[in-house]
Structures are given as structure tokens and as C-alpha cells.
Write a protein that binds this ligand. Sequence first.
Ligand SMILES: [Zn+2]
Length: 473
Amino acid sequence: MGAKYLLGNLTVVTGAAAGRGCIAVSGEHISGVWIEDGEGRVRYGGEDIPLPALAARFSTDNPDAEILDFAGMYAFAGGIDAHVHFREPGMTGKADMESESLAAVLGGVTSYIDMPNTNPPTVTARRLSEKLAMAEGRSWGNYGFHLGATNSNLDEINDILDGKGLIGPDSFGGIKVFMGSSTGNMLVDDESTLSSLFRIRRKEILVHSEDEGIIRRNMQAAADRYGEDIPFSEHVSIRSRQACIRSTIKALELAMKYGTRLHVLHVSTKEEVEMIRAAKALNPDITAETSANYLWFCADDYDRMGSHLKCNPSVKTAEDRAALRAALGSGLIDTIGSDHAPHLAEEKDRKYMCAPSGLPSIRQTLPVLLTIASEEEIPLTRIASVFSEKAAAMFGIRDRGVLREGSKADIVIVSPEEQTITNTESGYRCGWTPYEGAVLKWSVKEVLVNGCRRVTGGKVTGCPNGQRLSFDR
Ligand SMILES: [Zn+2]
């Protein structure tokens, strides 16, 4: 089949290299990636030619191909966000797969893996197949789901892993374990269940790591002191660093003991960064995620933002943020998950105890990451790695997440054009974002999903064509 597009005159960024080049798309796939060498040449048709000559040669060989010029722009593989809460089923007043996958694609996130704390929760093969059916034909991005662990569904999980379930192990991303508490009561606090879960070597064990006992005590102390009017700035004392540290110590110890593929979600403290660094030396399958929220905001922002920054774990100090940015630059952070977790504005308007935790942010992830990369001089290759490549490798998504010949053509093209974020244009059903007013240095201009242009000039076009993700692990 002849190519349909040549994305030209841009900088191609992968986890391994960044340089001026072109990308060819045929059907649903990437059919060529060229990055110029030190002498400004690329290999085409068996010979080395100057990069500017490639478009003409390509056009001759592919007369039907459209040559698209993206002068001054940068191409990355479309994002794989392994940490989203799209609220379907059960909470579709806040968001659903269609609304939030569109916001995701507008932000360059072309694949997502949704968390299991929906209603009903995704804790059985049946619930997981129901969710897969719900996404079919409605999702703008490629979709997958994590399975949730509870104190009582270990047999069900093992049946799926052993191929005895309604669905096979390739049908889900990883196993989510709430070691603390969060939305939806899926807390695993039974020690023998926890050990059994950490013995599963095949799949990623994704851990929300906050110690429930510490949080309860802190909450009681705040309620005793403030009554109903707990200031939002107390969130960082209630969901304290000690709660994160104690729980992460436990998770890391189990993962080192059993060789678990542990993925520590939304790391928020400098202590956890250091602990994870040490633990990785013993078990290289331990990985770390943080979200843009922890890289962008800090605890000082609670006074200004109130519930609009209430998320679990809490956003910590400026020092923690600096440590996380350094960990992003050094490669210690493996993936960035948005932890996109929409709530309605009127729900967020409630007092501390009743205002739900969670922030809608998926469309801002890439522009925020790139802005931080500019500020901290973090190489763009690192951003390519945390935004898509590493997640593809960890979850066994073999055909996506990297700009490579043969991969599915999920591509995002960004421009170094400043934008100011507004609630009205956020694209979320809930109609707000904590990034309102933020000035970001980069904008998403063009997005391809499975070879189809779904965003052009920053605006959506066409209809949903997301495909089901397959997890080859
Ligand atoms: Zn989450």
C-alpha cells in the first residue's frame, strides 16, 4: 500500500534520539521514520540523501501521499496514560469514556488504561468485559483497563491469569492495589492477600501508596481542631508525607522480597524518590510514576486553590517538587500518569471533609511536561520515554508507544507556542481544571490515532476510532 502522509519538516523525538526528520504513515501504521545524521542526511531507497531532498523523492514513489509541513514543530509518539479515571460506569455525570478520551486526544494522549474504581468496580472478568464493550466505537483514544484487587478476589484474578476466566490475561493492563484508601473502597489491608498479590510476577502491580492508619489519625486531629471548617491547606498534613513513606516502604519491601513488577503510582515525596532509587538496584522491575500535578504545583498553592488542588496523595512541598523534577530528568521516574480524576465543580465547592479528591488534567499533561523540560533543561528524549515508550514496554503494548516503522501511527505534534489554559476550553465534561490561568510554553497542534488525523490545528476532527489495547505480558 502506498503511503498516505509524509509528516515533514519537523523534529522527531523518541526515547533514544531527537533530530530533524520526517515520518511516513500508511494505513494505520508508521511506514518510515527518518532522523538526519550529523551531516544532515537520511537513508532513503538504499542511498544517503540530504533531508530536504526526501519529500520530493518520497512524493515520486508515493504519488497519492499528502506531504504535510510542520515547520518548527516536534513529533512524539502519542501518549500512553496508564492512570486515568474516566468515571464510567457509574459516575457519568462527572465524565465518561467518550468525553474524556476526546480531551485526552486533544492533549496528545492517544492510549489510556482506566482504573478500576468505577461503579461497579472492575474487580471481576465480567466487569472488565463489560467495560471493554462500553468503550467499543465510542473512544477517541485506544483503550484498556486495569483490574482492581480486593481482599476477596484473588481466585478470580488467578483464574484470569491462568486463562480460565471469561477473558484472558492479554485483556487487562495491570492489577491496581489501593494500599491506602481512595475513591471506591477497594482497600487491600489483609496481609496474606497482599503477599499473594505481590507474588504475581507476570503483571504490573500498581500501588496507590498511603497508610490508612496515619491518615485516619491525622484526619481526627484536624477535625478536633477545626470542626467542620478544616482549611484545605491542612490536606498536606492529613494526607501526610509520613503516610506515603510508611506505605511505600512496605510496598518496596514486598516487591524486593518477591521480585514483583511493582509500579508505585503518583510518587509525591523526595524520600520516596530516594527509597525507590535504592530498591531499583535490587529489583529493576520496580518502577515509579508521578503526575504532572506533583511536578507543577506545591503545598503553598492550597491556600489559593483550595479544593481545586485536593488530590490523593496530597501535593507536597516545593522541595519535593524539585526532587521529582530532578527524578524526571535523571530517569528515575519511569512514567507520567495524569491521574485524570474529574469531579463536578459543585462537588468540589463543598467543605473539606465532603469535597472529593481528584483533579482533571489529562489534556494538560504533555504541555506541562514540555514546559518543565524547557525550564529544567530536561532532554526531550526523556519526555518521549515517560509519556509513552516506557508504559508500552512495561504493560506489553508491543505495537504502540514509539515512533518506529511498523508501529501503529499514534502521533502527537507539538509547537513551542505559548498558551494560557482556561476552564471553558479545558474539554472536560466537568468544565474546570486546576491549570486554569497557567501559562504553558507548548501547544498540541496535530494528533493522529491509528493513522487518522484526529486533531488538526489544535481542533478535533472526524469521529472516534480508538482501538482496544492488547497487553502482551
Ligand atoms: Zn488515581
